[in-house]
Design a protein around this ligand. Structure first.
Ligand code: AMP
Length: 426
């Protein structure tokens, strides 16, 4: 637990060029001293965590049999109340770490918010709320969770809060701060504070400033947990400013973040050939669901129209869309209403698409980190997947080289035939 010794002024005064922070706390190996632990499942069951029987029942309903490595490493620490920084590959079950430990420890008091979880994008906030709902369903007294994010009229949020304050607030920083500032949301009883995909929130100045302001509205003594698939040393230092003696768990650390089960290929082509090649790929390759990333909203819209015209079950989701529509499409895609999703960087990280086994970088992302997050949308939770990147400019080629170097992978040219059993789980 973060005790009274946290220096809140220090946090508030933090600026980009603050260098005197925990310099000695350099990147560690995994918390248990193991190096480059591969992602896998452990034989120990959830029962060994001594979770409440209501949670074990929900876990059974959801169908989790064994904790994943990140759950094995982090749930006991989180349940114990330690502050926690956790870096683990996308899709390996980080959400359940904080959801289960919070539901285990929370004592819901009506009229009080006990927990705040901040997420960088609205869809993620909605997704995290749903995970809470799935796990909390047998708890008695009941726990209520609500998601607050932009794009929905703030008036609707105020109404929700007037009708009954949720015990767990999940949200994006902008909206949570707005509701807090105007007094609709009171965070003075918060005991758990979580940043999901923390690097994305802490690396942008605007979001970081919102996160800090929200943090300062919560009491000093609380448990702080932060999660991400990628964490630079710089971001780790910032994370630690919010915490007291955090436990640090780095599974598949830094450059070694491996994407086991994921096959990665590139395709050299001209910009003008992209549409034709894409349609050929979709026609010729077996897949469950596919996500196609493009660099701008207009390109996403145009591509969706083109694929729909060819009768391919495609939907687009981007940031300039009405929020309700965005969430609706996102959830329906997860429920298999469509097989192809065209999107921008917006859904590049965190989104949990269980059935997606192909990711196409129609346009290459801006950096290695975004590449890693994007391709992590395929092959979630140790399943297989395929990532194909279209290379049409020198910048694309340079980034591909950098990806191979930093992630220590060999990305080969897309062959004419790929055996579906190598990327489809039977
Ligand atoms: P996350 O990394 O939290 O987004 O989780 C990725 C996916 O893995 C989600 O679909 C989870 O439902 C699933 N998952 C998480 N933990 C487990 C587990 N222990 N057993 C099976 N599936 C899991």
């Amino acid at each position: 637990m973060s005790g009274d010794e946290i220096d809140i002024n220090d946090l508030a005064a933090y600026s980009d060029d603050d260098e005197d922070l925990n310099e000695h706390e350099k990147e560690k190996e995994t918390s248990n001293g193991k190096k480059d632990t591969h992602v896998g499942v452990h034989s120990a069951g959830f029962r060994e965590f001594l979770l409440k029987s209501e949670l074990l029942r929900a876990i059974e309903d959801i169908g989790f049999e064994h904790p994943s490595e990140v759950q094995q490493e982090c749930i006991p620490q989180a349940m114990y109340g330690s502050d926690l920084i956790c870096q683990a590959k996308s899709g390996m079950g980080k959400t359940a770490v904080f959801v289960l430990s919070i539901l285990q420890n929370i004592s819901p008091i009506n009229g009080q918010v006990s927990c705040v979880v901040l997420c960088p994008v609205r869809e993620l906030a909605e997704q995290v709320k749903r995970v809470f709902e799935a796990f909390q369903k047998y708890l008695d007294p009941p726990v209520r969770t609500h998601a607050f994010y932009g794009g929905i009229h703030a008036e609707e949020d105020r109404k929700v809060l007037q009708e009954g304050v949720p015990h767990i607030v999940v949200g994006t920083p902008g909206r949570v701060l707005q509701l807090t500032k105007e007094g609709a949301l009171d965070l003075k009883n918060v005991k758990f504070f979580v940043l999901d995909e923390c690097d994305r929130m802490l690396e942008s100045n605007d979001m970081r400033s919102d996160v800090q302001k929200i943090f300062l509205k919560t009491p000093k003594s609380k448990q702080v947990m932060m999660f991400s698939a990628t964490l630079s040393d710089e971001i780790k230092r910032i994370c630690k400013k919010f915490m007291v003696n955090p436990k640090e768990v780095y599974i598949n650390d830094g450059a070694k973040l491996n994407l086991a089960g994921l096959q990665q290929y590139y395709l050299n082509l001209e910009e003008s050939q992209k549409n034709r090649r894409l349609v050929e790929t979709i026609d010729n390759i077996q897949f469950n669901q596919m996500v196609i990333f493009v660099k701008t909203i207009p390109r996403a819209e145009t591509l969706e129209k083109l694929l729909v015209k060819r009768n391919l079950p495609t939907i687009v989701v981007h940031g300039r869309m009405d929020q309700k529509q965005r969430i609706d499409r996102y959830s329906k895609f997860k429920k298999l209403y469509w097989r192809i999703l065209v999107t921008t960087e917006l859904l590049g990280r965190g989104a949990d698409f269980e059935r997606v086994n192909i990711v196409i970088n129609y346009d290459m992302p801006k950096d290695v980190e975004s590449y890693l997050h994007r391709v992590g949308r395929a092959g979630r939770f140790g399943t297989k997947g395929l990532a194909i990147s279209y290379i049409s400019t020198k910048e694309d080629k340079d980034l591909l080289d950098e990806v191979q170097k930093k992630l220590v992978v060999e990305i080969k040219e897309l062959p004419n035939d790929i055996d579906p059993s190598t990327y489809m789980t039977s």
